[in-house]
Design a protein around this ligand. Sequence first.
Ligand SMILES: [Zn+2]
Ligand SMILES: [Zn+2]
Length: 384
Amino acid sequence: MHDSLNLSNLTEPREITYYRLALCISIIGWLICVVTISPILIIGIVALLAWLGNGLLVAQIKADAVKADADQLPELANTLARVCEKLGIREIPELYILQSGGMLNAFATRHSGRHFVVVYSEMLETYGPDSAEMEFLLGHELGHIKRSHLRKRFLLWPGLLFPLLGNAYSRACESSCDRHGAFASSDIEGAINAMMVLAGGRPTDVAMNPSAFALQYTHQRGFFVSWYELISGYPTLSQRVAALVAIREGHSLSRAGRNLLAYPFALFSLGGAASGGANMMITIAMIGMLSAIAIPSFVKARDNGQRAACLNTMEMINEAKESCASQFSYQLGNAISEADIEPFLGCDFATLKCRKGGDYTINPVGDAPECSVHGTLNEQYRSR
Ligand SMILES: [Zn+2]
Ligand SMILES: [Zn+2]
């Protein structure tokens, strides 16, 4: 199959599929949160903490990292502008270089409506400011911005808690962004080389062979590799290189199968290489703990409300009963039928329903009316 990149086919179809799936689950999740009220407070607090933490991160970037613009690192700023134009991004994000003690990394983030791209200094040193490698790297990060991955993560939070789905969605997003990077790069060899450096480090070109590395993806399909893939938020580097090599050769990557036994293992193994695993455990534990406190008090409040409503109804029945007894001069112990008191109730006796599901008994004159769930009117007064 021919697979030439253009602006309309950069997103992986799987990203859309997983997005829809996660969205459906998330809508249910959010509804449960809204209906049961208490978790929404916890989510609010967690979201606030995440927002504050992100604010500090962005502050560090603004204060400690070197901003690439016309005055500093102008070549790099030019590369960014070029890549933005190619990807159709009109609002150019701020780009910073951060000293990172030799780590190879880059990321995009967002705060108060503005986007930031951060490239670690080691990447700038390795790739150079104006290279196909740098175009690929920036294109990848801009892919996250263009596809609004950060905002979607918040929306999809409940759905992404599912171990397999969260990571599958995340991997599909990264694959989409690699395609954005490959499209943004003026030379596919540069894109492949950029990825090879991530895998094997800097002394690259001569010693490493991308086609051979791509075969590691096809050939290593055992149980443990499958398991490792399923609990990762990123496609493996050999898979990412294989996808880029496929683009170079004009076809799309034929995705290798997985050992099926890995799925149940991945389902029950939180953590490991999965970046979200630990967070997920903490979140579930927090929600569990707080629900254990909140849900009983919620249930108690609801029970009290139902009891009070039931008491009102029984008072109404009692009043109707008293009027009826005096009108017809009934004696203590005389039975009163539904038809007898209906004129005094002003409604059909059968329409009186206890909110906890009880049925009412009128009882003879002198005995209090009764609810099959809550008991007699007198007992209700006592337990109030
Ligand atoms: Zn990424
Ligand atoms: Zn009742």
